[in-house]
Design a protein around this ligand. Sequence first.
Ligand code: ZN
Length: 295
Amino acid sequence: MKSYPKLPVKNGLYLHWLKPAPGGLVRPLGGQDGMSNLKTTCLGTGDGHPSGSRAHSAFLYEFPSVTILLDCGEPVTQTLTRRGIHPDAIDHIFLSHLHSDHLGGFFMLIQGLWLRRRQKPLTVFLPEEGIKPVQQLLCSAYLFPELMPFKTEYKSWTSGQPCSLGPLTATPFNTTHLERLRESFQPQYPQQAFEAFSFTLETGDTRAAHSADIGHLNDLDPLVTKPLDLLVCELAHVEPADLFEYLAGRNIGRILFTHVAQGHWEDEVGLRQLARDTLGGMPHEFAADGTEVAL
Ligand SMILES: [Zn+2]
């Protein structure tokens, strides 16, 4: 039997994990290049189904002095590490709802921030119903708050109520993504609130919106009431033809479609053609893992 050298252990975990991966820790704090008003990186663009080619939902929104990680689909820790994102670079985590493809990587992310010695306080915004269960699961995984070299604060979303985060104003809006589940399961699970949110992200220079998961096209109404520089919009829970028609002619500088349902993703040529035909000259792209947009 082959023998392996013993590795140094601290707190039950191998110390070599503390070292950054090759190429790690290369990005400056805050991550921004100083050139753009907003850099958006699609870390995971899958549709929630298991996939060998697309990671689950995670997006990095880098404004000049505040960086948001929006959703934590797996394998977000690996993706951030590969991209050399500093453990202190993320200021706030937004969780749009509690489906596993948006939340599943959160627990490993916290373990990673502990092991890589994050120092900066972290705020996690999420649906109220998730705060206690998430804290309990972290404790069940021995990721006690007292173990962390950084403080974490959990805050709940209230639809329509803006959050001021330095130069950024983030406003959550309820979507109907979980309404059908609510109708079927709320009697059995009365403690669940079945909440899901979309967001506007505004600074003095830039207005962006992120649909996260919706249930109906009208969930997008509060995002598009004013002109947008960027809309990141899902395409798994509405029909492409309906969505393109809804968006056509609106004042949106750039559209990034993500979460594209696997069936449509496999018919990329047809989907692109339909988008071109309906959206005309509106700049739009279908995001893949790693797609970056700078405004
Ligand atoms: Zn979902």
